[in-house]
Each structure stands twice: as C-alpha cells, then as structure tokens.
Design a protein around this ligand. Structure first.
Ligand code: ADP
Length: 484
C-alpha cells in the first residue's frame, strides 16, 4: 500500500465516522422530536442519542489525536534520513547508506546507496593516485643530490630531502609540518637560510645569494643558496598569490677550490713575471742612455716599441696581482689621512706622458677650501684614480679634453670624478663594465678588462661606491664616492 492510498483510507475513515455520527444524531433527534416529544420514552432516547454522539465523537477525537501525533513523524522520518545521508556525503563520509523500507522511498534509498558507493570508489581511487604521485615526488626530491627544502608561505616545512636533513643535521620527523622559524631557533644553519630568504625577499633580489660556508661531510663546504617563490594564479586573473618557497643549496666547494687554485696560480705567475719584465725595462733604459753605444733611428723605434709593450705587460701583471689580492680575501688596507688633491696629482703625474702623446688637456676642478680630508689607503685610491684617468685618455679622441675633480656633498661625502668627452658607453653595459675581464664589444683599444672591476673592489673595500654615467657619443663620467 503506498502513502497516497494510506492517506486516502485514513482521511476517508475519519470523514465516514463524522458523517455517521452526524447522521445518527440527526436521525435520533428527529425520531424523538417527531413522535412524542413529551412521552416518558423521550428522556432515555435523548440520553441514548447523546451517549452515542459522545462515544463516536470521542472515538473520532482519539483517532484524530493519534493521526496528528503519528502522521507527521511517519512522513518526516524518511525525509530526515535522506537529509542526514546528503549531509554525510557532503562531509566526505562516503560509507553512509540509506535503508528506507516504505515503498516510495525504497527507490530513493537504492539510488542514493548506488551514488554513495560510486563516490566511495572514486574517492579511494583518487586517494590512491594522489598518494602514489606524492610518493613519486618524494622519491624524485630524495634522489636529488643537492639539499632541497619546501616551505609554505607561513614558513612551515612541507618537504625536505635526505641531503638537506644531512646538511642541517635534523631528523625528518622533527621538521615535517613544523614551523621553520621555530626549528631555526635551535639550528644555526636553518636560521641563516631563513634569514637569507627573508632578506632577499625584502631587497627583491632574484633568487640567488652569497655562498654559505657550511661544515658538512667532515669538511668545510661552500653552498650557493638559491630559492624559488612558488606562485599560484590569483582569482579573476588578479595577479598571482604566493604559495611558498623552495630553497635549494648547490654544493660549489669543488668550484671554490678550483677558483682558489686559479687565483694562486695567477698570483704566482704575475709575481714571477714582474722580475724579468723589470729586467727588460732596465736593459732598455741602458740602451736609451747610449751607455752601450748609440742606436740608429730604426733601433730606437724598436727599443721604444719594446718599452711600450713591457710597460703594458707590467701594468697587466700589476692588475692581475691586485685582482688576486681581492679574490683571495688578502686585500689589506693601510689607511691614513689623505688630501684628495694629492691623489689627483698622483694620477695626473702617472698619466702625463700618455696624455701628452695624444695631446689631451686635463682640467682639474678643485674647490680648495670646501674639501675635507679622506681616511683611506692612498695607494689603492690613487691606483683607482690613475686607472680611471688612463681609461679616459685611452677612450678619448686625440686633442680631447678630460676633467678630473672633487666635490663635497652635504651629507659629508667626498666625490672624485673623471669626465671625458670620448665615445661613451652604451647603457646596456653600465653594469657589466665592472665585471672581471669584461670589455664592451667592439672596443679596439687594447686592454685587459680588469681595471674597472679592481677599482670597484678597492673602493668598496673602503665602504665607498664607484658609479658611471655615460652616453654614447657624448662621453663618460666615473664617480668615486667616499666618506669624508
Ligand atoms: P680595459 O680598459 O683594460 O679594457 P676596464 O675594466 O678599465 O678594462 O674597462 C672595461 C671596459 O669598459 C673597456 O674595455 C671599455 O670598453 C669600457 N670603458 C672603460 N672606461 C671607458 C671610458 N672612459 N670610455 C669608454 N669606454 C670605457
């Protein structure tokens, strides 16, 4: 029997009872009043009729109350079960099943159970797949021989490979899903990594920092820290959202060792070359002085050429020696109080012959009374100015003009500048000219590409800066800025 029939029967029975009650009472009362209203039988007849009416009426009320109590829950129960089932599914409880007996809900519960089973099968299969993919990723990360650490944007460690655990001297269970900042309180290296990461974030550096010296594998090792920011596209194409970071450490110990071997080699060779070059120059001096006989014009020309090239060779070995000093960290400054004009005069003197050769005018801008003194290694800074002036001469046309000058800034810095009106430098190369061995492509003038990089190192070792302003065809201005 379906609900509709049940409902029809119940309501039908109720209506029939009410009709029966009403008709019985009407018939009874009619009979009573129609026959003998004043007869003695009318009293008990009326009583009987009232008894019937109240009995049947009471019975109807009881049935009514019963239906009122039972019917709502009868219909509500299966609907509630269905709602609970849907809630379970929404909460990913795919094991829930419905067991509704009544005819019309049976089909609903069968379909619901079928759906739940399919969802459960799908869920367990995707879980297995996700787990397999995760294991696969972990195997890849672990097989990488460089330390790798993955963090979310709150710096919780999401993954870390064996190599990183080894270098950091940590255990996997101690770090996974833990805050890197908390762990870094008791781990110096992790603290450095996090600090470098945060610093590079603040300074907006691109994923690479200074090498880290780490004691690993029972020896001092050098690691280059690299990091990647993991970004996810934002909603409605509104830029990207930072999801976290991956820190990678590249072991560069081998390269460092090779680099240091190279530096030692260059340093030894340059040093060894200085003595024979000086001997050649001394011999040339003797030839020039005509102490060993007069030279004819052709011989003089050859001697001059040998002299020029020996000087160049001596310059190059000097530059190489300076470079190795910086690279090996052996650069020792001997600062003393120095007047900037002394440095300028030294640089002009060192370049006088060269400037005269190309008929170049050197102009000095020096506001005597306004310039303070410097506390610097005068040899090194004089070398820098000499090199800048030599470049200005070499990269200027014949009969050109060069300005060398000093000014003092309001924030108490002394700026020394060398300005030429030569070929200038394309802005593309303004950074690279300060790199070792870099020469602007197409530069015909001979050179080693070392002068500016060494100059920058020397100035920075004093806490100063060396910068360039230049425009192709208009000339260049190199400025050296040091604390007064
Ligand atoms: P070198 O001059 O020995 O090649 P430097 O390190 O002094 O090495 O200079 C690097 C490069 O920068 C030069 O090769 C040259 O191309 C460019 N350069 C340096 N100074 C000047 C200048 N005053 N004018 C134009 N180009 C310059």
């Amino acid at each position: 029997m379906n609900i509709k029939t049940k409902l029809t029967l119940v309501i039908g029975a109720l209506v029939a009872m009410i009709v029966l009650l009403v008709s019985l009472s009407i018939v009874n009362l009619q009979i009573l009043t129609a026959t003998e209203p004043n007869s003695p039988a009318a009293g008990p007849g009326l009583q009987r009729a009232l008894l019937w009416i109240s009995t049947i009426g009471g019975f109807c009320i009881v049935i009514g109350i019963f239906m009122l109590a039972v019917l709502p829950s009868y219909f509500n129960k299966p609907i509630k079960k269905i709602i609970d089932g849907i809630k379970d599914i929404a909460n990913h409880n795919y094991d829930c099943r419905l067991n509704l007996e009544s005819h019309e809900f049976k089909e609903v519960s069968e379909n619901f159970n079928r759906m739940a089973k399919r969802l459960s099968d799908y869920h367990s299969s995707t879980l297995v797949q996700i787990k397999a993919a995760k294991n696969y990723m972990e195997a890849i990360i672990n097989s990488v021989k460089e330390p790798i650490i993955g963090l979310n944007n709150e710096l919780t460690i999401l993954f870390i490979n064996d190599e990183a655990l080894n270098v950091l001297n940590l255990k996997r269970e101690e770090v996974l899903q833990k805050s890197a900042q908390d762990i870094s309180l008791r781990n110096d290296l992790l603290r450095r990594l996090i600090r470098e990461l945060m610093d590079s974030q603040k300074e907006n550096k691109v994923g690479k920092t200074e090498p880290l010296k780490i004691y690993a594998d029972n020896k001092e090792s050098y690691f280059q820290m690299k990091y990647m920011q993991i970004n996810k596209p934002g909603n409605n194409n509104s830029g990207s959202i930072n999801e976290g970071y991956v820190i990678m450490l590249k072991n560069i110990t081998e390269f460092k060792e090779l680099d240091s071997a190279k530096t030692t080699f260059i340093s030894t060779i340059s040093h060894e070359l200085k003595t024979p070059i000086s001997a050649i120059m001394m011999s040339l001096q003797l030839l020039e002085d005509s102490r060993v006989g007069d030279l004819n014009d052709e011989q003089k020309e050859l001697a001059q050429s040998i002299q020029d090239n020996s000087e160049r060779l001596l310059n190059i070995t000097g530059e190489l020696l300076n470079m190795t000093q910086v690279e090996s960290g052996k650069l020792q400054l001997k600062p003393r109080i120095t007047k900037p004009i002394e440095l300028i005069e030294y640089a002009i003197k060192a370049n006088r012959v060269q400037a005269e050769k190309f008929n170049i005018q050197i102009e000095v801008q020096y506001p005597e009374n306004k310039i303070g003194k410097l506390f610097v290694d005068s040899e090194k800074i004089a070398w820098v100015l000499t090199n800048l002036l030599s470049n200005a001469i070499r990269y200027s046309p014949e009969n050109g003009r060069i300005i060398i000058g000093v000014r003092q800034t309001d924030d108490n810095y002394i700026e020394m500048y060398v300005r030429d009106f030569g070929k200038g430098i394309d802005p593309r190369y303004h950074q690279s000219i300060f790199d070792h061995y870099f020469r602007v492509p197409g530069t015909k003038v001979q050179g080693s590409g070392l002068g500016l990089s060494i100059s920058k190192d020397f100035v920075e070792a004093h806490g100063g800066t060396l910068t360039v302003e230049s425009e192709v065809g208009k000339g260049s201005c190199f400025t050296l800025r040091l604390k007064a």
